[in-house]
Design a protein around this ligand. Structure first.
Ligand SMILES: Cc1cc2nc3c(=O)[nH]c(=O)nc-3n(C[C@H](O)[C@H](O)[C@H](O)COP(=O)(O)OP(=O)(O)OC[C@H]3O[C@@H](n4cnc5c(N)ncnc54)[C@H](O)[C@@H]3O)c2cc1C
Length: 575
């Protein structure tokens, strides 16, 4: 989906992409709700000692690296571990102790917006409503409002109750005005600005033509343009202005003397050169089609240029010492009205989770999927219910995968009295770290996987792979490790082999993962963030939280949000 021209341009201090529990927790904190240490009595004696000097202080202002020293758990993010250790002390060893933190609404309110495709609650609204959480229901709570189980015997909660709780949380905590739901972010870019000073005259004008042409070149190319000896600064910009994307001189990454060009310093170089050039070009007439104008809220100054189309004014308080020029521009589409909306912001937070794109098998790479090949449990349940209306004795559902989602699909299919053929490559232990008394259904599936086909409505095919699909005859060919092939008729094939984030809105040259050349996922290659601030390395004002940054459980998400808040507050204070 492409965003056309739009006049809606709004400035926010913080824009958050993703309205799941990560985005919600951060919005709560940016709305002035901050955690105070109210007790130092923690079973971890060393943590108790470290807490002593910060008793009754807000965690936003303290030395987070010091406090989180030596903590370990199910994430590698120290601030996430710290806040979780304080809110659920030693929960992993089964203790149910009081929180050492109290949330008080006396923090700075920071202007922000949370953008999300669906209702607040993020991926919880797209899960099968009946699956039960892995975590205890109480661990799904966000700060300041507990998730209430439906009854005292409920330990794990249905996904639907959690989704409803997050939507209610946003309303009850008074956050709704900061949420813009049903919008899809399609593009983000660094915002190229002229940071003139604010001594009486503060002016900012975005010339989309220039910026557009700059952006048409990838960042290394822009850098090359500016650095190349054969181009003076102004030549470089003339080059960009006068020629277009197709004429950017191509130089390979390696030709840049092996240096990593994708750093904040490089961006500052480009910005500085742009500033110089813009000053020189002040009186030159440049086409300002779809130009936007930022006008200081207090001194109401602008640079006197009249754009050729009506400009959108952004109220932006340049006279306030805490305000800065925006660093990022975000483009989104309102999914109801199809209108395009743009935001500029100083801080941009990627909180878009890691479950938007299902992993697919190679057979999906070269062919369009037949409609009976599915990649999520919710669609399987809906499709199967419709199919059963006309086919009371359906062919089996072929479930591919050996994780918990595949187990959920097996349970749901069998519950509809539909036979399951379960295909998996390795004999993995599905129930590792899951005690049987808490997770009996997964232990049952694990047992069936081990014992093969001695169960009604279930056949296990270990060490098989799906090799082709006969689209017209609704048949699947599966092949064993030793090359034996089998063709089976199926009602549906459901492939559940994990998912990854959809980061299609990032500029093409943004490789944000720890392993730069590999795509980001929540487990093997998270975003390369500073562990204490969650700022993405090399990109000032860009943050990542939640699974994107390696926090894969809800109880750790508020910690990531705290790291971001603390960094934004500290940076603002030092400006
Ligand atoms: C089946 C399943 C079961 C789970 N069970 C548990 C559990 O028991 N306990 C637990 O702690 N965790 C569990 N998790 C993990 C948990 O869901 C995540 O850790 C948590 O939801 C992450 O929250 P988030 O806000 O970072 O991302 P999400 O919840 O994924 O929310 C991000 C939202 O941003 C949206 N988005 C993405 N791109 C864009 C865009 N371009 N524009 C607008 N919006 C966008 C996404 O569609 C999504 O709705 C489970 C996950 C799954 C998939």
């Amino acid at each position: 989906m492409k965003c056309g021209n739009s006049n809606e341009l709004i400035h926010k201090d913080v824009v958050i992409i993703g309205n799941g529990p990560s985005g919600i927790a951060l919005s709560y904190m940016l709305s002035g709700n901050i955690p105070y240490v109210t007790s130092t009595t923690h079973p971890d004696e060393l943590l108790s000692i470290r807490l002593e000097p910060v008793l009754n202080q807000s965690l936003v202002d303290v030395n987070l690296p010091f406090l989180s020293q030596g903590l370990e758990g199910r994430t590698t993010n120290p601030v996430s571990l710290l806040l979780d250790s304080l809110v659920h002390p030693c929960a992993d060893i089964g203790l149910e102790l009081d929180s050492l933190v109290e949330w008080r609404k006396d923090g700075q309110k920071i202007d922000h917006v949370v953008l999300g495709k669906g209702p607040p609650g993020g991926s919880w609204h797209s899960m099968d409503p009946d699956i039960l959480t892995l975590s205890l229901g109480s661990w799904m709570s966000l700060p300041g409002m507990k998730y209430q189980s439906r009854n005292s015997s409920e330990k794990r909660a249905p996904a639907k109750s959690i989704a409803d709780y997050y939507a209610r949380y946003v309303e009850e905590m008074g956050l709704s005005q900061n949420f813009r739901n049903k919008v899809l972010v399609t593009k983000i870019e660094p915002y190229i600005v002229d940071e003139s000073d604010c001594k009486g005259k503060w002016v900012e004008k975005v010339n989309n033509d220039i910026c557009q042409k700059m952006r048409l070149c990838s960042r290394p190319e822009r850098k090359d343009l500016a650095r190349s000896k054969s181009y003076s600064l102004s030549n470089a910009f003339n080059y960009i202005l006068n020629r277009g994307q197709d004429r950017c001189p191509k130089r390979s990454w390696e030709q840049n003397e092996g240096r990593d060009m994708d750093t904040a310093d490089d961006q500052r170089d480009i910005d500085a050169q742009y500033t110089v050039r813009k000053k020189r070009d002040k009186d030159r007439s440049i086409s300002l089609s779809s130009a936007c104008e930022l006008t200081c809220d207090k001194c109401n100054l602008n640079n006197g240029h009249t754009p050729s189309v009506p400009a959108h004014r952004i109220k932006y308080n340049c006279c306030d010492s805490s305000s800065r020029s925006p660093r990022w521009i975000v483009e989104a589409i309102d999914l109801d009205t199809k209108a395009c909306v743009r935001y500029t912001c100083n801080n941009l937070v990627l909180a878009n989770g890691s479950s938007d794109l299902p992993n697919k098998l190679n057979i999906s790479k070269y062919k369009t999927d037949p409609y009976w090949l599915l990649h999520d449990l919710r669609s399987l349940e809906i499709e199967l219910d419709l199919h059963l209306q006309n086919n009371p004795q359906p062919d089996p559902v072929l479930v591919v995968g050996a994780g918990l989602s595949a187990a959920d699909a097996i349970i749901a299919t069998k519950a509809k009295n539909v036979p399951v053929v379960h295909l998996f490559r390795n004999k993995t232990d599905l129930t590792k770290q899951l005690p049987e008394n808490m997770y009996p259904e997964y232990h049952k599936v694990h047992q069936m996987m081990k014992n093969g086909s001695n169960y009604p409505l279930y056949t296990a095919l270990a060490e098989y792979t799906l090799t082709s699909l006969d689209e017209y005859n609704r048949k699947a060919t599966i092949t064993s490790k030793d090359g034996k092939s089998l063709e089976i008729s199926v009602s549906y094939v459901v492939v559940l082999i994990g998912s990854r984030p959809d980061l299609g809105f990032l500029p093409g040259n943004f490789n944000l993962g720890v392993k730069r050349q590999l795509p980001i996922d929540g487990k093997k290659n998270t975003a390369n963030v500073d562990k204490f601030t969650h700022q993405v390395q090399g990109h000032e004002g860009l943050y990542a939280i939640g699974p994107l940054a390696g926090d894969n459980f809800v109880r750790f998400l508020p910690g990531g949000a705290l790291a971001v808040l603390s960094d934004i507050v500290k940076r603002t204070a030092t400006k």
